[in-house]
Design a protein. Structure first.
Length: 74
């Protein structure tokens, strides 16, 4: 299995947030400890970040369209 190594910029890009947000997560201890160091910079296995994000993000509440769709299916 190929390991997908990502840095702060790649994490921001893949999660659709600003790099500063990832920096803030890291500085406040919210982001998991880095798995690697590449050129003296922190790096993570993408699966580490993916699992962390899935465990920490609350699911979005359904929007009006979704609620109407569900009601129509009853």
């Amino acid at each position: 299995m190929k390991v997908d190594i990502v840095g702060i910029a790649e994490i921001a890009d893949r999660l659709g947030v600003k790099r500063q947000t990832v920096d803030m997560w890291r500085s406040t201890g919210q982001l998991p400890a880095s798995d690697y160091s590449v050129s003296n910079r922190p790096a993570w296995n993408w699966m580490t970040i993916k699992r962390w994000r899935e465990a920490t993000v609350k699911p979005k509440a359904p929007g009006v369209r979704e609620l109407r769709r569900r009601e129509a299916q009853r």
